[in-house]
Design a protein around this ligand. Structure first.
Ligand SMILES: Nc1ncnc2c1ncn2[C@@H]1O[C@H](COP(=O)(O)OP(=O)(O)OP(=O)(O)O)[C@@H](O)[C@H]1O
Ligand SMILES: [Mg+2]
Length: 302
């Protein structure tokens, strides 16, 4: 088996060496259309959006990529695991009072259903960060929430979600490290500016430490964000990144710098919902297709 293509089995509470949701032909069909046997064992493919640096566009990517999957008919859960609650702040105005992911970490009795916030799109739901004040300084020891994070993902799978996108805080320590160590795959947004690009190899080194806990984790790639095609430095940063990393480590899709992302975030919307959002949404549709193809490709090596 190739790393990163395994789902989490809600039925037997362990990671399986068997097909994930992406590997089943019925991936896009609603749950009602699948057989009884398939309903008993459900899988979710989890992607953590992570970076060592802050402000590189993680939350923007998490929201819009999750929305792109949901629009394509994939039952998608977007989870805010940043104690600052960025997704929640963007998408649900009452996020500070909503129970969420950190309440699940703290309270073994809390059912995940209590945390799920549905949206107007039937295939798209959210879980806010919740009451995270104990975690806001990032002081939690790596590994101390691993079992609980894995159990969270199993609970999400058991509710019929096929894709789970997790927006993390910057850095690779504490709960973020446990989320990465529990996810099937990661995407690493990186702002297209020269200094940032030079920090990428260090980030990848940091990931090796987490890989020990999760050898199957697939790095879907570094994603260039806020690229400015009219600015030589920004274009050069993109080229430098491609020279620095093996081809499969960078995503071909790049996210342009565009004021629509700031406007969408101020309104609490994915860009695809904005009146003039078709172009920005198309970029995220390309990213979704590229990610799906990468997952399919890794499957074909098994
Ligand atoms: N492609 C883009 N074009 C223009 N502005 C963007 C783009 N992506 C993100 N932004 C803006 O840049 C700022 C930082 O983005 P975002 O919050 O997504 O980064 P982050 O990596 O999640 O930050 P943090 O590390 O603090 O969680 C926000 O104001 C956001 O609206
Ligand atoms: Mg963020």
């Amino acid at each position: 088996m190739i790393p990163g293509i395994h789902g989490i089995c809600s039925g037997c509470a362990r990671t399986l060496a068997s097909p994930s949701a992406f590997e089943r032909k019925d991936f896009r069909k609603p749950l009602a259309g699948v057989s009884f046997a398939q309903k008993l064992v459900k899988f979710v493919y989890s992607i953590a959006i992570t970076s060592q640096k802050g402000g590189v566009g993680k939350t923007t990517v998490a929201i819009n990529l999750a929305h792109a999957f949901a629009r394509a008919g994939v039952r998608t859960m977007l989870v805010d695991v940043d104690p600052q609650g960025s997704v929640g702040l963007s998408l649900t105005r009452q996020s500070r009072v909503l129970p969420g992911f950190y309440d699940f970490l703290d309270d073994p009795a809390i059912p995940v259903d209590k945390l799920i916030v549905p949206t107007r799109l039937a295939t798209f739901s959210l879980i806010a960060a919740g009451q995270a004040s104990n975690y806001e300084t990032g002081g939690a020891m790596s590994g101390s929430h691993l079992a609980r994070t894995r159990s969270f993902l199993r609970a999400v799978a058991s509710r019929g979600f096929e894709m789970c996108i997790l927006d993390t805080a910057a850095g690779l320590f504490g709960v973020t490290s446990d989320v990465i160590a529990s996810s099937d795959a990661i995407v690493i947004p990186q702002q297209a500016e020269p200094l940032g690009v030079r920090s990428v190899p260090k980030m990848l080194e940091g990931l090796n430490r987490i890989r020990i806990l999760n050898p199957r984790m697939k790095v879907l790639g570094v994603l260039l964000t806020m690229i400015q095609h009219d600015l030589a430095e920004s274009r050069e940063a993109g080229l430098a990144l491609r020279q620095l990393l093996p081809e499969e480590m960078t995503l071909q899709t790049t996210i342009p710098r565009d004021g629509i992302f700031v406007r969408a975030s101020a309104k609490g919307l994915p860009v695809g919902i904005m009146d003039d959002g078709a172009g920005a949404q198309a970029v995220f549709d390309s990213l979704r297709l590229e990610i799906e193809a990468k997952i399919e490709k890794s499957k074909s090596y098994t």
